[in-house]
Design a protein around this ligand. Sequence first.
Ligand code: ZN
Length: 143
Amino acid sequence: MATHASTSDSPATLNQSLADSGLRATPQRELIYNVLLNKRDHPTADEVFVRAKAEMPTISLATVYNCLETLVARDLVRAVNFERGPTRYCPNLRPHAHFHDERSGATHDIDLPPALIDQVKAILPPEYRAEAIEISFRGSTAR
Ligand SMILES: [Zn+2]
């Protein structure tokens, strides 16, 4: 998981964050961002493409990839990777771990308390500076 200062994920943040780096909040970027906010199930780029196309039939897969790259580069969205699987996208910027349910394929957010993050960082040798911590679980939920 990556710890970001921002806790807000409203479209205002999108406009501001893009503007800060000299980028415009194009309709395509807004759409992709909203697709991620509306259904927080950690979709792949292909899944984002299908959802975006339902709203904007002319959008291309290449544009979807470009928008996702921009949002990740601006720290508005996190790219999540599990071994072997395609990259998934998560708009939750609060410090959290991921629980990957191997039976259903679903990925769940698990909030990480700040005290726990401090504890995890404390196990590093003093000269190590962590910019991000990624914690992921694999297993199944008893449902
Ligand atoms: Zn997540």
